[in-house]
Design a protein around this ligand. Structure first.
Ligand code: NAG
Length: 223
């Protein structure tokens, strides 16, 4: 995350050299910075291999996450960004891998992880509202992707999806990332009808459906 801020700083310097300070400030103020983070903090660092859940309770951990998001937004603001959208966590308990680990025979969603996502989102949303009041001319937007994601999971056929509980690659139960490759894994016959590409990451078509909903819902918040 800190590297991202450094890259942003380098970008601003390059823009300044090209168009000068005044125009750069305008570009920064009119531009939109989008921050997406948190899924791996919850699914891996907290509940997964990181096992921070053995040390901290979920209330404390999600507060730390929300505060660190606020600090990141403050730093973006410090560099001149004015419109900053922060996207909350998805229903992480509904990924195929979580259904495999905790969902039983019916492959239900893991409630603990969904609860953690919702707790984080609630805190993030409140924290951003409070922060916005202290940063003049800022337009901080919390983007809720949990609800539209859940809507698609509830009514997949409305969006043309047929498989919501398994990933497209391999068995669809546990494979993720590098374990999905053309040497070891077979792939489902129609990727577009799946919500998940592997046991953790959604498909391109799912992202298209989701971003369309988010775009329609939040575009009016931009100035
Ligand atoms: C694959 O799935 C998409 C989405 O449901 C559908 O529009 C398309 O017709 C399917 N393609 C085939 C070859 O079945």
């Amino acid at each position: 995350m800190l590297d991202q801020l450094t890259y942003f700083q380098h970008y601003i310097e390059r823009v300044k050299r090209l168009v000068g300070q005044e125009k750069t400030n305008h570009i920064l103020a009119k531009g939109l910075a989008i921050v997406v983070a948190g899924s791996n903090d919850l699914a891996i660092t907290y509940y997964g291999q990181g096992a921070q859940s053995l040390i901290y309770d979920v209330d404390y951990f999600t507060s730390v996450m929300a505060n660190s998001a606020a600090s990141f937004v403050m730093q973006l603001y410090g560099y001149g960004a004015r419109q900053i959208a922060v996207i909350g966590a998805p229903p992480l308990g509904c990924t195929p891998s979580q259904r495999t680990l905790k969902g039983g025979l019916l492959r239900n969603c893991a409630q603990d992880l969904n609860y953690a996502s919702q707790l984080f989102n609630a805190k993030l949303s409140i924290t951003l509202d409070q922060l916005a009041k202290t940063l003049p001319n800022s337009n901080l937007i919390f983007i809720d992707m949990y609800s539209p994601f859940s809507d698609i999971l509830k009514n997949p056929q409305d969006y043309g999806f047929e498989e919501i509980k398994k990933g497209c690659c391999g068995t669809g139960l546990v494979e993720a990332g590098p374990l999905c490759n053309r040497f070891t894994t077979s792939v489902c016959s129609n990727i577009s009808s799946y919500i998940f590409w592997d046991s953790f990451h959604p498909t391109q078509r799912f992202y298209k459906s989701l971003t369309k909903i988010l775009f329609d819902r939040y575009i009016h918040r931009l100035s």
